[in-house]
Design a protein around this ligand. Structure first.
Ligand code: SAM
Ligand code: SF4
Length: 502
């Protein structure tokens, strides 16, 4: 494994295209102005309460914050002001996305990797990992479990970086996932949206995977701090090229992919710096393409097999700071979806879910881990260890008890509500209206086809509340005709029909 680059020198040389790497620099500089970020963080310590409240008010109008404004929020000391920030973050989530939480699952397809990221279980020098790449037949089996047994509708397919898992393989995986249809109690289980988390690509490869039906392309910068980046990603590896990664999503947009997802791996460097980096990233995308990231992720470092690095970091983020960084991101990039993952334990999940729009559930982060899972191989096949191992049914029940409806809706993407379109709708609150109706309809389908008795009871109560609320919001948010069709769709779904949505 370690010598793979010796076997594939031509492949490696073809991955990074320097001309694609530099075209978005401004006056030769990238968008991370490190001295400026550091200065802003240092000098925003003493903003008064009224300044903080002004910034909160701006975010509540769904306006992207300036870096200086985010720095002020992160420097707040007063616990009461923090409560105001948390409350504003929850209000923004409600205003833009209502009380919906979208669930998805990761599908790990290959742990072969040429890189040697210090924190990752799949790093090339980690000899204890049993590595492999799923055959398409295995992708089918994994998808059957996810769509047929659990009732997922969205996946993020995940890959190490390796010549055997490039764009062609990713396209084949996506096509295989979309092709799976499994009979369920009342209809057909199928994955309707496939997002991708893979290594940065060049523009022709991005075009290929867009053609194959890509949902969102997700790449985490890991750390925006150059020195730290270089320390944890050895320079002779592909991932060692900071700029190739920093502009990976600019290239994706240039290739016509309008839903891109940013993230940082919290715990590598100061969390405040990473939040500023993510905001600078969102603003640079907005500047070039008129549209920012579709979603924002904030994974925290988790333990991984034979990976001592993750335990000794001086920048590991505690739960309190984690909640703060989620809130500041919510305010700073208020239109973006916010994804919290099963890296977090259920208690932390409950703290941050009011500010988030998506979470994964019943996740496995090992190759073949849904259809072939055996306990003793778990550590050796997975990328890192998870904090929330509950079933999808338990997660949905917990969310419903908190008043959150789990949405399995993917309609927005099927009828062109993507990219720039969706951003405008989200900012105006219009997307939220359609989505609310579809959330109820898809939630009802899932309850009828997959839920345990207890979850069904709690879910039905929530649906009754939702129906009453939708009726009350007529005619401001929903016309009487739409409401009438909605009630009709709901009645038909309860009668066993499927796939009725707006
Ligand atoms: N190999 C591709 C890459 O590095 O971009 C994509 C897949 S990688 C499996 C997905 C993400 O997992 C990485 O971007 C990183 O942020 C995260 N990750 C890696 N090691 C982790 C760990 N020990 N704890 C939490 N997240 C980790
Ligand atoms: Fe490979 Fe991605 Fe893990 Fe780095 S984070 S070792 S690139 S799988």
């Amino acid at each position: 494994m370690q010598n793979i680059l010796e076997d594939f020198p031509a492949w490696k040389d073809n991955v990074i295209r320097e001309e694609e790497n530099t075209r978005y620099l401004k006056a030769g500089r990238d968008f991370i102005n490190e001295p400026e970020i550091t200065r802003l963080i240092r000098e925003s310590a003493d903003a008064g309460r009224s300044r903080v409240r002004e910034i909160i008010a701006k975010a509540l109008e769904i306006k992207t914050l300036e870096l200086a404004e985010a720095a002020v929020l992160m420097n707040v000391k007063d616990p009461e002001l923090w409560e105001e920030i948390f409350s504003a973050a929850a209000q923004i989530k409600k205003k833009v996305y209502d009380n919906r939480v979208v669930t998805f699952a990761p599908l790990y397809c290959s742990s072969l990797c040429v890189n040697n990221c210090a924190y990752c279980g799949f790093r090339s020098e980690n000899g204890v990992i049993q590595r492999r790449r799923l055959e398409l037949e295995e992708v089918r089996r994994e998808t059957e479990v996810l769509a047929g047994k659990l009732g997922h509708k969205r996946l993020v397919v995940v890959f190490g970086e390796h010549p055997s898992s490039g764009a062609d393989y990713i396209c084949q995986v996506m096509q295989q996932v979309y092709a799976v249809e499994v009979k369920t109690k009342n209809g057909t289980g199928a994955i309707r949206r496939v997002n991708v988390n893979a290594a940065p690509m060049n523009i022709p490869d991005y075009r290929k995977i867009k053609e194959a039906g890509l949902g969102t392309f997700q790449i985490f910068q890991e750390t925006y701090h150059l020195e730290t980046y270089n320390r944890v990603h050895p320079y002779h590896t592909i991932k060692g090229n900071y700029l190739w990664r920093l502009y990976s999503l600019h290239r994706a947009m240039e290739a016509g992919i309008d839903d891109v997802a940013i993230g940082a791996l919290f715990g590598l460097y100061d969390w405040r710096f990473e939040v500023m980096g993510m905001l600078a990233h969102a603003r640079d995308l907005e500047g070039f393409f008129g549209i920012g990231p579709h979603t924002v992720s904030f994974p925290r470092l988790e333990p991984a097999a034979n990976t001592p690095f993750v335990k000794k970091g001086e920048y590991l983020v505690g739960d309190e700071d984690f909640k703060k960084l989620v809130a500041v991101l919510r305010l700073a990039i208020p239109y973006a979806g916010m994804i919290v993952t099963c890296r977090e334990n259920p208690a932390v999940m409950r703290e941050v879910i009011p500010m988030c729009t998506q979470r994964d559930a019943a996740s496995r982060v090992g190759i073949g881990a849904y259809s072939e899972r055996t306990e003793e191989q778990e550590e050796k096949i997975q990328q890192f260890l998870l904090g929330d191992n509950r079933s999808l049914d338990e997660v949905i029940c917990d969310l419903a008890a908190m008043g959150y409806i789990t949405s399995f809706c993917t309609a927005g993407y099927r009828c062109g509500r993507t990219g720039d379109n969706i951003m405008t709708m989200l900012k105006s609150g219009k997307e939220g209206c359609f989505c609310k109706l579809n959330a109820v309809l898809t939630f009802q389908e899932w309850l009828d086809d997959f839920a345990s008795e207890n979850t069904r009871k709690i879910g039905e109560k929530l649906i009754v509340r939702e129906l009453a609320e939708i009726e009350k919001r007529m005619p401001k948010d929903f016309s009487p005709e739409i409401f009438k069709s909605f009630k009709e769709y709901h009645r038909r779904i309860k009668g066993g029909e499927r796939d009725l949505c707006f």
